[in-house]
Ligand binder design. Structure first.
Ligand code: CA
Length: 469
C-alpha cells in the first residue's frame, strides 16, 4: 500500500497533520521526506511505501468537504507557498505548455520497462495535466489538529465495528494470508480502515494523470517520474484496469492506498487468476498489504507497543526515538502498563513516545511500530494503526486522558515561542517554527526555571508563561 501518511507529528508537541483525501494538501514533514497526501477532509497523506517524498494520505476519514468533482476544480493560478522556483505560477504554466513533450520524453524510460509503443499511446497519449494538483502540493494545512484529535478521527467505535465486520466477512482470506505471511490480520485490517475507511474513501482521480502531472510539473518531478512509469507499467501488464486505477492526487490507490512503485514491490496475485488486483479482489489486497509489512520487517507474534504510565519525576530526555531500551529496562525506570500488567516479551526493545508530554499517556514503541511507520512515516498514523488493531481484538480505549484543554501551537506560535526563549536566555537555536532537540532542551530549562515538570513539550500554556514574563 502506499504509504500514506496521514499525519505528521510536529516535533514538540504539535501534530501537524492533515489527512487529505484526495483533496487536500501536502505538507513537508521534516525537510527531507515530504510526501504528498490525500485524505478526505483532513488528512494528509503521503504516498506510499517506497520512500516517497511527501505525506500521502489515508483516505478515510471524513467525507469530502468539497462536492465539486475534481475534474471541474481549477488551478488557482497562483504561486505555490513553498517558494520553490518550479512552483511559481509562470513555471507551472511553462511546464504545462511543455507537457506533451515531457510525456513523450518518458517513453524511452517506459520502453525500458517493457511498455510497448502501442500501450504507451493507448494509456498516455491523450493525457492533459491536472494543474489543480499544484495547489494541493503546496497547500498549507488549514488547521492544525492535536495528536489526539487524529486518533479520535481514525479510531472510533464505528471503525472498530466495521473492521470486525470485515474480519468476519473475509475470514477465509485472512486465515490463508496470515499463514502465508505471518502478519497479524488485525494490523492489515487496521491499515484498510485507516487508509480508506475499508475502501469507502479513496479518491477519484486518475492515478496515471496525477502522476504524469507531478512528473512533468512542479517541484516533485523526479520522485513522480518513477510513480508515473510504475502506473503505466501496471496498466500495460493489466494487473489493474484503467478505470480501477483511481485514487488520491498523490497517486495512492485501492483500499490500502498503494503507490504505484509500492505496488510494483509488494503486490501479489494471491488468488492466482493472473492479475495482482489490489483494488477489487480482497484476497489480493489483503495478501499484498501483508506482504508489504512482511517485507518491511514485520516480526510475527509481536505487537506494535504498549500504552504506559510515566512516573512522576521521570527524566523526559529519555523520551526520544533514538533511545531504545528493552521493556525490562523501561520497567526498571518505573515505566508501567496501566493497571500494572506485565510486559509479555520483556526483552523486546522500544522507545518511549509522549505525544502530550507529561500531561498525557506514554507509549513504548516496538519494532513493529517502526514497520508501520514505513507504510506511513507519521507517529500519529502508526499509533492509530496499532491502537485500531488492538481495538479490533477487543482491546480497550487508552486508559489515560489527553490534555484536551491544550491548544496546538501554530507554526507562527512555535516560532514566537523560540524567539521568546532566546530573548530570555534559553538558547533553543534559530527560531524557525520547527522544534528540534535544541528547542526542546531550551523548553525544559525554562520549565525547570519556573517549577514546571521539564518535559520539553511546547504548549499554549508554556507560550503564555513566556509571554507574561
Ligand atoms: Ca489475482
Amino acid at each position: 500500500m502506499a504509504k500514506s501518511s496521514a499525519f505528521m507529528y510536529g516535533t514538540a508537541g504539535a501534530v501537524l497533520v492533515g489527512l487529505t483525501a484526495a483533496l487536500t494538501a501536502c505538507m513537508e514533514t521534516t525537510g527531507s521526506t515530504s510526501k504528498p497526501e490525500s485524505l478526505q477532509a483532513y488528512a494528509q497523506a503521503q504516498p506510499s511505501q517506497a520512500q516517497p517524498p511527501a505525506p500521502a494520505v489515508p483516505a478515510t476519514v471524513a467525507p469530502s468537504p468539497n462536492p465539486i468533482p475534481s475534474a471541474l476544480r481549477e488551478w488557482t493560478g497562483e504561486d505555490g507557498s513553498s517558494g520553490h522556483p518550479l512552483m511559481k505560477a509562470s513555471a507551472i504554466r511553462a511546464a504545462a505548455a511543455n507537457f506533451q513533450n515531457c510525456l513523450e520524453g518518458m517513453f524511452p524510460l517506459a520502453a525500458k520497462r517493457g511498455v510497448t509503443r502501442a500501450s504507451f499511446d493507448k494509456h498516455a497519449k491523450g493525457l492533459t495535466p491536472d494543474l489543480r494538483i499544484m495547489d494541493l502540493v503546496d497547500a498549507q494545512p488549514e488547521f492544525t489538529k492535536a495528536f489526539w484529535d487524529y486518533l479520535d478521527i481514525l479510531v472510533n467505535d464505528a471503525r472498530v465495528a466495521n473492521g470486525q465486520e470485515m474480519l468476519a466477512k473475509h475470514k477465509a482470506a485472512f486465515d490463508k494470508v496470515e499463514k502465508a505471511y505471518g502478519v497479524d490480520r488485525h494490523f492489515v485490517t487496521a491499515i484498510w480502515g485507516v487508509e480508506s475507511n475499508y475502501g469507502t474513501l479513496g479518491g477519484d482521480r486518475s492515478v496515471l494523470r496525477s502522476t504524469a502531472t507531478l512528473a512533468c510539473v512542479g517541484r516533485r518531478q523526479a520522485y513522480f517520474r518513477d510513480e508515473f512509469l510504475a502506473a503505466l507499467d501496471i496498466l500495460h501488464r493489466g494487473d489493474v484496469r484503467p478505470e480501477q486505477l483511481k485514487g488520491s492526487w498523490a497517486g495512492a490507490f485501492g483500499p490500502t492506498q498503494f503507490m504505484p512503485t509500492s505496488f510494483k514491490r509488494f503486490a501479489v496475485d494471491f488468488d492466482g487468476d493472473g492479475r495482482r488486483d489490489v483494488v477489487d479482489t480482497p484476497i489480493d489486497m489483503i495478501a499484498s498489504t501483508a506482504n508489504n509489512l512482511k517485507k518491511d520487517g514485520w516480526v510475527t507474534g509481536a505487537t506494535w507497543g504498549y500504552e504506559v504510565v510515566v512516573p512522576k519525576g521521570f527524566n523526559f530526555l529519555l523520551a526520544d526515538r533514538s533511545k531504545q531500551m528493552s521493556l525490562a529496562e523501561w520497567a526498571k525506570l518505573g515505566i508501567k502498563r496501566p493497571g500494572g500488567k506485565p510486559f509479555p516479551r520483556p526483552d523486546d526493545k522500544g522507545y518511549l513516545l509522549v505525544p502530550a508530554g507529561n500531561q498525557g499517556p506514554g507509549f513504548i514503541m516496538l519494532h513493529n511500530f517502526r514497520v508501520i511507520m514505513k507504510y506511513n512515516p507519521a507517529e500519529a498514523y502508526a499509533l492509530a494503526i496499532g491502537h485500531l488493531a488492538d481495538r479490533l481484538q477487543g482491546g480497550a480505549p487508552f486508559v489515560q486522558a489527553w490534555p484536551r484543554h491544550e491548544a496546538v501551537l501554530s507554526r507562527e506560535e512555535r516560532r514566537e515561542l523560540q524567539e521568546l526563549l532566546l530573548k530570555k536566555g534559553f538558547d533553543g537555536g534559530q527560531p524557525t517554527g520547527r522544534l528540534g532537540p535544541k528547542s526542546r532542551a531550551a523548553i525544559r530549562d525554562f520549565q525547570a526555571s519556573i517549577g514546571l515538570t521539564p518535559d520539553g513539550f511546547a504548549t499554549a500554556t508554556i507560550l503564555a508563561r513566556l509571554r507574561s514574563r
